[in-house]
Design a protein around this ligand. Sequence first.
Ligand code: ZN
Length: 112
Amino acid sequence: MYGYRATARMAKNIASVGVDPTGADRALRTGAEIDQLAERINRLELTVDAMWVLLERAGYSSEDLESVVRELDGADGSVDGRRSPKGTPCRSCGAMVDAGRTSCVFCGADVS
Ligand SMILES: [Zn+2]
């Protein structure tokens, strides 16, 4: 099984010799999109880690965090480890913003 980076590399090599340009171009675009998503996840993880450090410094515990995770998880009517994508996409960064919020939690843009 090839990773997406290896697939993108192969697609670039294939494109460079002129074989199947359509498929190779599509693979390159998909690889670039995956790279962008990976970068976004990396930024989100960093932000979550930083927020957790701040919360621990303020005296919050893992149990406090878990309690709020369950609360937010269940806000869509089902505690299933995921949030329903209810809301609207942020006009600035594209992240889904929960209905009722007036600003994007990711970039701070006004979404009211
Ligand atoms: Zn945003």
